[in-house]
Design a protein around this ligand. Sequence first.
Ligand code: ZN
Length: 223
Amino acid sequence: MIFIYGTGTSRLLSAPLPTLACAHCGTQGQLSVTVFSRYASLFWIPVFPFGKISVTVCNHCKQTLTSKEPLPETYRLPVQTVQQNAPMAFSNFALPLLLMAGMVAVFLLAQFGPDRKRGSAEKAASATTMQDDDAGVTLGARYKMRGTAGTTGYALMEVTRLTDDTVYYKTTGMLRNEPTAANATVALRDSVPPNSDKGRYPRKMWHFLVAGQGMFRPLILTE
Ligand SMILES: [Zn+2]
């Protein structure tokens, strides 16, 4: 990439110098000074200012002097005073200001722009799909796990932790009595073998386990 850099000047202010007499024609009250700022530019856009130049003009004889050359002794103090008090121009920082504005705009778009909305809509859509896969599993949900074929026993399970992709649960040992609200709670509290809450399944399999294969059934209790 080619960088086109250079310098430029911009006018900061003009002021009359009423007390001074022109060094050329001697007329008093006809001098004025204009202060320019010099700036570095990239692709003709100002990047930063790096100094000031003052130009004096006599309205009577049109003599024009710049502060690059030594000014007449009487001019120096008033010209210097005006030059020092000339405010910096924000436009001299145009490029960094533009870049900052651009960065702020990019940041705001990323935070609040249409892409963000589409992103969260996709997220919501995939969450819906996920919910279909996981059959709407919720934390604390209880299931009845059927025993092996030919047996009448069953186990109870309770979802203990949910992550984005995994369902963790604990199970009781084999139970035989018809579960009620009271004995299910007792069983899940007392009949859970140590470390048995490390059971887990991928969330995406949950629908298959609950509805498809029917290995787990949501626990519906009779009082
Ligand atoms: Zn003059």
